[in-house]
Design a protein around this ligand. Sequence first.
Ligand SMILES: *Cc1c(COP(=O)(O)O)cnc(C)c1O
Length: 397
Amino acid sequence: MTNQEIVEQGKKYVMNTYGRLPLALVKGQGPRVWDADGKEYLDFVGGLAVNSLGHCHPAVSEAIAAQARQLIHCSNLYWIEPQVKLAQILVERSGLGQAFFCNSGAEANESAIKLARKYAKTNWGEEKYEIISMQKSFHGRTLATLTATGQEKFHNGFAPLPEGFKYVPFNDIGALEAAISPVTCAVLLEPVQGEGGVFTADSQYLKQVKELCEANQILLIFDEVQCGIGRTGKWFAFQQSGVMPDILSLAKALGGGTAIGAMLAGEKVASGFQPGDHASTFGGNPLACAAAVAAMTAMAEEKVVGNAAEIGDYFREKLSALIDRYDFVTEVRGSGLMLGLQLTKPGAAIVEYCLRAGLLINCVAGDTLRFLPPLNITTVEVDEAMSILERALEAGD
Ligand SMILES: *Cc1c(COP(=O)(O)O)cnc(C)c1O
């Protein structure tokens, strides 16, 4: 089928939940993808921070193929080695105690919210239930996680929403302190906000948040679904500040492209869940875990996390140089290879120009261009992306 045929049939049969570009992808290799008409693109969307090793990394593809011949799925009534191995890798890298596996970022955050409430009620009292999250945050699309999401546009039309959520401005310790009450059970935040516009938490702020949590019997949950697994140039974004959360949610890049999410917690907090408290049929199944073990192993062997820091600095400098050259470009934000370019006008036309010129990028919060290339990208590819981006900015000047 051609691009046009796939798009037309898609519009007929697939629900209209995404503002999709008129493009059907059929193949990916490293940092590049191809559409159904054979056109090639440099991919700086990276499956929205999923394809951190690039597309179809041989170690991941091989692991999936081998596992698919061995055991694709069994129930969590039984143990499987790939899940145990993956949990060990995540625990050893993060310093947290134990892992629970699910299939997506939203589910990882649902798990985090449930564990926080269960632990707090069991240990600190039945009336401790409230989750304080941040304005401009994004935590997923299930009812609880969209309620935790501090952006009203995601809530509209879905009331009644679950109770027990409250929002404060990001990076504002006074506002958090004022919002805390005896019912507060957890603070939930992204160390680097993604969908909200690529905003980084100050290290000092995170330290103060941790102190407030410890002083008030409140759990600290970091949502690293987007900024975790090497994206910021450390394995976990919290390692930038050294502030350890009680609970950590992961997904996106974890499975090398397969659908897997994880929720980690220190051993004591993890013990808040007992058999029967939480579950997922597909969560951490053999196929996804084998892919994730292969992805995490390849990321370590190929030192892509250090590369994300190094190339991130290079890319950031190139982007920063645009501020002086275009008066509608005002700021570069983010960390490692999670970068945002703030415009004073909508970014959609620039995204479309780049697409036609062979570069995939996207735009968040209407006027922030976001870049999430694979973590093993080179300066040559950054230069290639920059040259297309500059042409797009010229065209929009
Ligand atoms: C993408 C994202 C989610 C939701 O993940 P899904 O896999 O789409 O459910 C949650 N939190 C953050 C920070 C995200 O970027």
